[in-house]
Design a protein around this ligand. Structure first.
Ligand SMILES: Cc1ncc(COP(=O)(O)O)c(C=O)c1O
Length: 486
């Protein structure tokens, strides 16, 4: 395996093409680096533009891969333990869409967590399908979504024996994993496909100190944002399949539905090169990230009023395991919300973390972080503690979510039905055409196609009154909402 994995078939093919450097009468129009705006070239250099090519006899074709791209995809499949893999140039967004569209359409049922990424819903809009929502438990101390348990999935099948597939997000943004092996057993006993949105988990396959990967645990198919955790470029992802429950030809057809007919060779080459780097050095690279994170976590947990989540979460709220390279940091004990903390870290300490929720901020640590980065983060948290710990009072707990409202229309029907915009105060009893996800915990309290209940309305109204963060509606002020015309 080692020697094969040293190769970078697409990278090598592009070098070969550039050595030949034929007179170029095709797309893209810039002809190697020549046509690029000089101001950009001056900053970036010339070489990268030579990789921006197209389908040629040397460089293969993503949509009918049989040469360099196919070889590169096969090496990726070997590394991540799949039967076969596909490069994606539209992120895990299009990977989720393809997994959904390939598994269900029309009136087929698919079980998805209530906190799925919006691309899962987009898949249901593109192809149809009826979502059966599973609610992850909330871990109250940190206010985080926990995992989905095999028992929950079993109960879902008892109510919906005709459900064709289950899609689980694992790890979540915060590094929380579900018991994928247990869920795989349940799904396969019901002859259903297990899809895993592993956008945040491609590195897990390279360390015994991290949760096991989805494919290693029996998932049929998973999507990974290689760009989020390894060295490929933004928007480049992979789909891995290890199953005979998925139609290969259908999947390949569906990939053409959601990806450009002009896929970027820069993105695809970045996948090829990132795969080679992980194959040769992934173990040490990921181990270094784990060590850096653990050292930072230990230090953060000694700072008065500051906490960083760790393995103690395992076993609570369906949490099966935790990715140690995700640092969920809270100053809630001294009255600082995650939103304020994120802003403070950026404005005052030059530390930029990935996201914030009501109680926490999330720092993603990868192999490319250096000790100095972690020192800056920890020093900043120490200073914030010095400034605020004595006076600060704990934040009040978040509120409990309202009951799931009635399902009326599928996401696809809700998307394509005639809609109208009505004042927010007139939305009770209406079928909504936009989902609403108050933040935290950013679980949608209502999805498009569900009927607005009094309870959901009051919950959202309370958020609106205090100018809380609300995701989903096109009118961000929520003075109005799109509903289905009835
Ligand atoms: C859980 C999850 N799934 C899917 C995606 C989409 O991934 P991409 O940005 O690669 O399209 C994201 C993006 O943040 C995500 O967090």
């Amino acid at each position: 395996m080692e020697d094969r994995q040293k190769r970078m078939p697409l990278f090598e093919a592009i070098i070969e093409y550039n050595e030949k450097k034929p007179a170029f009468f095709r797309v893209p129009g810039h002809r190697y680096e020549r046509g690029i705006n000089p101001a950009w070239r001056e900053k970036v250099g010339d070489e990268i533009f030579k990789f921006d090519l197209t389908e040629t006899p040397i460089t293969d074709d993503l949509h009918h891969a049989s040469g360099a791209i196919k070889e590169a995809e096969d090496l990726a499949a070997e590394l991540w333990g799949a039967d076969y893999s596909h490069f994606l140039v539209n992120g895990s967004t299009c990977g989720n869409q393809v997994m959904v569209v390939t598994t269900v359409n029309g009136g087929d049922k698919i079980a998805i967590p209530r906190n799925s990424h919006k691309s899962v819903l987009m898949g249901l809009i593109i192809g149809g399908g009826v979502p059966v929502y599973m609610m992850p438990e909330i871990e109250e101390e940190w206010g985080l979504h926990g995992g989905i348990t095999p028992r929950q999935v079993e109960e879902m099948f008892e109510m919906n024996p005709d459900c064709k597939g289950v899609l689980i997000v694992s790890p979540t943004y915060y590094g929380i994993t579900s018991d994928i092996a247990g869920i795989a057993k349940v799904c396969h006993a019901h002859d259903a496909v297990l899809m895993v949105d592993e956008a945040h988990g491609a590195h897990c396959y390279f360390s015994d100190h991290l949760p096991k990967g989805a494919i290693e645990q029996g998932a049929d198919i998973c999507v990974q944002s290689i760009h989020k955790v390894t060295g490929s470029l933004t928007q480049s992802s992979m789909l891995h399949i290890k199953s005979d429950r998925i139609s290969k030809s259908r999947l390949e057809q569906n990939l053409t539905l959601v990806q450009s007919t002009s896929p970027s060779y820069i993105l695809m080459t970045s996948l090829d090169c990132a795969r080679q780097q992980m194959a040769l050095h992934g173990d040490e690279m990921v181990e270094a990230a784990v060590e850096l994170s653990q050292t930072a976590r230990d230090r953060l947990n000694t700072i008065p009023g500051i906490r960083c989540a760790g393995k103690e979460l395992i076993g609570r709220a369906g949490i099966h395991d935790l990715d140690a390279t995700r640092l969920t940091i809270s100053a809630a004990d001294i009255g600082i919300t995650g939103f304020d903390l994120k802003k403070m870290l950026f404005d005052e300490y030059d530390v930029d973390v990935e996201l914030a929720d009501y109680r926490n901020v999330l720092a993603i640590v990868t192999y490319a972080n250096e000790k100095e980065d972690l020192d800056m983060l920890c020093d900043a948290m120490q200073d914030i503690s010095d400034r605020f710990a004595e006076e600060g009072q704990p934040l009040p707990p978040g509120e409990h979510l309202p009951a799931q409202p009635d399902y009326v229309l599928s996401p696809r029907a809700a998307y394509f039905n005639e809609r109208e915009r009505v004042p927010w105060f007139e939305t009770r009893g209406r079928i909504v055409a936009e989902m609403i996800a108050p933040y935290p915990p950013e679980i949608p309290v209502i999805y498009q196609g569900e009927r607005m209940s009094q309870e959901v309305w009051e919950y959202v109204e309370a958020f609106r009154q205090r100018n809380g963060h609300i995701h989903g509606p096109s009118d961000m002020t929520l003075s109005t909402l799109l509903v289905i015309r009835e």
